[in-house]
Design a protein around this ligand. Structure first.
Ligand code: F6P
Length: 296
């Protein structure tokens, strides 16, 4: 049997751990990776995966089979090309790893008769079907590590500092980073941000003895460099802003993500044995389950 696999959208730590385990578990089948996600499906850019290809990769961030955000696949012509290449390669099942945009593509393929298994993989943790996506825990750990390092230098100079974390439109990375680092203020779409309140919270923290108050903010809310200047002008305390950025995405997968990747790979293999397709894997209260892809 030929099994296709692809990673699409922003890569997530744990994708390689999944691929590696999945390839090892299904080594009697021919596993064909479509490189660069849906783009590889449109262009028929393939590579055969075997144990040698995936060896020594499960602990690495990124995706060994490459990823991309592919707009061509979203067109009628792109989808037709993709469906044709699935036929050409005699793919019986297609394993798709990615986030929200990737899930839309997986649904489209499923509607067109492709046997799909979707593995939620994005640092953003923004898929409602699952409590946890692959990559989220690693991204939070990377953000916490970065904030703590930044804090050491800021503390030496008694500066206020702002750290912007990823998450696109989801506040989960910001919220967990805020709690884990015991930061002073948190700004997300849920926090009803207003400059006056922020200043009074910072003042209060300083009065209580905090030497270097910290602000954790989710990306895509406001200009952190402008905000740093405004705080500095208002409080006359040196303030710095810093975007933590891609270290959150390119980091090594955490232990939790490695174990989740392993569970997902075993579950996906079981679904194949049971001939259960068009499923999205989900992780709820410590348990992996499969939901109908068209309903999630
Ligand atoms: O979806 C993952 C993510 O890292 C988001 O957190 C971030 O907003 C976005 O991707 C960045 O995308 P790009 O790699 O295209 O700059």
């Amino acid at each position: 049997m030929n099994i296709g696999i692809l990673t699409s959208g922003g890569d997530a730590p744990g994708m390689n751990a999944f691929i590696s385990k999945f390839v090892c578990l299904n080594n009697k089948d021919k596993i064909i990776a479509f490189k660069f996600g849906y783009q590889g499906l449109v262009d028929n850019n393939t590579i055969k995966l075997d144990k040698t290809f995936v060896s020594n990769s499960s602990h690495l961030g990124g995706s060994v089979i490459k990823s991309s955000r592919c707009s061509e696949f979203m067109t009628k012509k792109g989808l037709e090309k993709a469906l044709n290449n699935i036929k050409v390669n005699k793919i019986s099942i297609l394993i798709i790893l990615g986030g929200e945009g990737t899930l839309k593509g997986a649904k489209e393929l499923s509607k067109n008769g492709v046997n799909v298994i979707f593995v939620p993989s994005t640092i953003d943790n923004d898929l409602s079907c699952t409590q946890r996506t692959l990559g989220f825990d690693s991204a939070v750990n990377a953000a916490v590590d970065a904030v703590e390092k930044i804090k050491q230098t800021m503390l030496s100079l008694n500066r206020i500092f702002i750290c912007e974390v990823m998450g696109r439109h989801c506040s989960d990375i910001a919220t967990d980073t805020f709690f884990a680092t015991d930061s002073t203020c948190l700004i997300t779409e849920k926090s009803n941000y207003n400059f006056k309140n922020l200043i009074s919270n910072l003042k209060e923290a300083i009065e209580k003895g905090e030497e270097s108050p910290s602000i954790i903010i989710r990306e895509n809310i406001l200009d952190i460099f402008k905000l740093a200047k405004e705080i500095q002008n208002e409080l006359d305390i040196e303030t710095r802003a810093c975007r933590i950025g891609y270290v959150q995405r390119g980091c090594q997968p955490s232990v939790i993500d490695r174990i989740l990747a392993r569970k997902f790979a075993i579950f996906a293999t079981d679904l194949i044995v049971q001939k259960q397709f068009n499923k999205a894997l989900c992780y709820t209260n410590g348990i992996v389950e499969a939901k109908n892809i068209l309903e999630v």
